[in-house]
Design a protein around this ligand. Structure first.
Ligand code: G3I
Ligand code: 9MR
Length: 551
């Protein structure tokens, strides 16, 4: 860390698809020209002029852009500017994002609870099982009035949320939705993908096998007595830096909330749609999911405002959200599309759009609506398209107006900013699917590039990928396993000027600037943790670019 080197050339460290928009960012200096050379021979393959120097507000630095989209020939290259260090080497190739897409899904396997990771699947990151979660106490906050206190439930499987070992329904909702949406929108990317997980080869695509690991846990989080859904399954406090098998704290399910019920209802309705096509492999599953979804929805109708309130003896993540109209709209849309029953249909004219995140899911409703034109009336179709394009216009304008050619504004750099980046890209991709304009895809590509190294830190934000990947994520297994490289395929949270962890860190952040507030140190849970909801748009966007970029 320390002073930020404002020199250098930042590129997507993986590289670019042949037909993609290709932009590098260069710290502004005297030079006004760039060249692209073959990394191995130094032979010049393209010369170009740099754009005018301009200040990028989120980093406070002056930058020039190099557009080398004209170079389409597959190869291994570097970008050069006089009196600057060369860019990292990168590829132009038709399969340049296949490995990161596969690893980003496999990362979920690495975060599985209740099962050992065998070396045949997990290689050097093999580990013993953690958290059987078959003897979970129902916390006092979750016991219904008039019912006996202190029952025990079984809710095994699922993924650890992040660098901690707890399992949260709210965060699982958007995560599983995004993975299933990737499958629904771009099945060709996943059909023959082999992730080498225990279920591989069982007749389901691996992305669905992996999603099922968490869906099965989610189903167990619904109280069969009333259809309500527990907010989380957790320890009382965060574990120390130990492997899952050595984290032996008592486990609790805590409070049934409206947000949990609705996120659950939304995802189960979507999953029932997806798994209807796999009735042969998983008989009855689709119907079971739809029934679970309806019950959770019904529970939410009679408990419309049960906000999560962290009990005094529970200190783990809250995922608290007191604004629930977006959850109602999203669950309503999913149930409406899954059943055709107009009773679930929200008033689309009154429903706003936005970039989704765990606490704001209305954007997901629009994603689903955009995917199901045949379920919509003529009028609805017009509203859906208008709303999605309206958001995309705003995001494209931010991209066009950005000196860095990345549509992130200073205020977008929050805890988990890398997921803001990729969820912006995800929403642009929805617009591109409805109205394929090159700038829309270029703006999405730019955001993807940003988390793969085209940023002023020259930092790839995905473990195991790029020339400068994160080495010390806030991920307990990666820290405790004695294996030098962290578990691969995880997107870290990214720059966050909140720096909520800074008093716990022995070294300072790179800078206070929004886009530079990042620290590759285990201490930094506010900028360098991993999380299931952050990885999901990485899966989605890497698949989408592969599927949609013109050859
Ligand atoms: O909502 C306000 C917004 O109005 C304000 O403008 C903005 C300014 O910073 O802050 C917003 O609140 C932020 C909130 O996330 C919503 O995005 C808080 O500052 C920020 O501290 C909060 O961060 C959350 C963090 O937990 C702390 O609660 C992250 O979104 C969330 O991803 C993270 O999740 C944790 C789990 O609790 C535990 N497991 C790990 C996981 C990842 O770190
Ligand atoms: O490891 C925890 C991480 O998953 C959370 O996102 C973060 C914020 O809630 O908290 C981390 O745990 C820290 C705790 O809050 C304070 N003591 C140090 C813990 C990190 O090792």
């Amino acid at each position: 860390a320390g002073a930020v080197n404002a020199e250098g050339i930042a590129v997507n460290q993986l590289g670019y698809l042949p037909g993609a928009a290709k932009v590098a960012a260069v710290a502004a200096g005297e030079s006004t020209a760039f060249r692209v050379v073959e990394a191995d021979t130094g032979r010049i393959v393209l010369r170009g002029r740099l754009g005018a120097a301009a200040r990028w507000e989120p980093s406070g630095q002056d930058v020039r852009l190099a557009d080398f989209s004209a170079l389409k020939k597959p190869g291994h290259y570097r970008l050069q500017v006089d009196s600057q260090p060369d860019s990292p080497a990168f590829d132009i190739a038709a399969d340049v994002y296949a490995a990161v897409n596969a690893a980003a899904i496999k990362a979920y396997y690495f975060n599985r609870a209740s099962t050992p990771l065998l070396s045949v699947h997990a290689s050097r990151w093999a580990r013993s099982a953690g958290h059987s979660d078959d003897h979970v106490l129902v916390h006092a906050s979750a016991v219904s009035p008039g019912r006996p206190e202190g029952p025990v439930i079984s809710a095994p499987k699922g993924w650890y949320d992040a660098g901690d070992y707890n399992k949260y329904i709210v965060n699982s909702g958007i995560t599983v939705y995004t993975l299933l949406a990737a499958w629904e929108h771009f099945p060709a990317v996943f059909k023959s993908q082999h992730l080498n997980i225990p279920e591989s080869g069982n007749g389901l695509p691996d992305v669905l096998n992996e999603a099922l690991w968490n869906l099965e846990w989610m189903l167990a989080m619904q109280d069969p007595a009333d259809g309500g859904v527990y907010h989380k399954l957790t320890n009382k406090g965060f574990d120390g830096v130990v492997m899952p098998a050595d984290a032996k704290g008592e486990r609790y399910v805590v409070q049934k909330t409206t947000a949990a019920a609705l996120d659950f209802a939304a995802v189960m309705a979507q999953a029932s749609r997806v798994f209807a096509a796999f009735e042969k492999q998983r008989p009855g599953l689709s119907q079971r999911m739809l029934a679970a979804s309806r019950r959770a929805w019904d529970w939410a109708q009679t408990h419309p405002q049960d906000i999560y309130k962290q009990p005094p003896d529970i200190r783990t993540g809250a995922y608290g959200d007191d604004k629930l109209d977006d959850e109602f709209a999203w669950a309503g849309v999913e149930l409406w599309i899954a059943t055709g029953d107009a009773r679930y249909r929200p008033d689309l004219k009154k429903l706003a759009i936005g970039v989704p995140g765990w606490g704001d899911v209305k954007g997901l409703a629009w994603v689903t609506l955009g995917q199901h034109p045949r379920a919509l009336s003529q009028n609805d179709s017009v509203v859906v398209k208008a709303r999605i394009l309206e958001l995309a216009d705003e995001l494209v304008a931010n991209w066009r107006g950005s000196a860095y050619r990345v549509g992130m504004l200073s205020r977008d750099y929050v805890w988990g900013s890398n997921a803001v980046v990729l969820n912006q890209a995800l929403m642009l991709i929805q617009a591109y699917r409805l109205s394929p304009k090159p700038d829309t895809l270029a703006a999405a590509q730019a955001l993807f590039d940003h988390v793969l190294g085209r940023n002023p830190l020259g930092q790839s934000m995905v473990t195991g990928f790029g020339s400068k990947p994160p080495l010390h994520p806030h991920h307990r297994p990666s820290e405790a396993d004695g294996v030098e490289p962290p578990v691969p395929g995880f997107l870290v949270g990214g720059p966050n000027p909140g720096q909520q962890d800074k008093t716990r860190c022995p070294v300072p952040y790179a800078s206070a600037q929004p886009a530079l507030s990042y620290l590759d140190h285990f201490c930094s849970y506010a900028s360098n943790e991993v999380a299931i909801n952050w990885n999901a748009p990485l899966v989605y966007v890497s698949a989408a670019l592969q599927a949609l970029t013109p050859k």
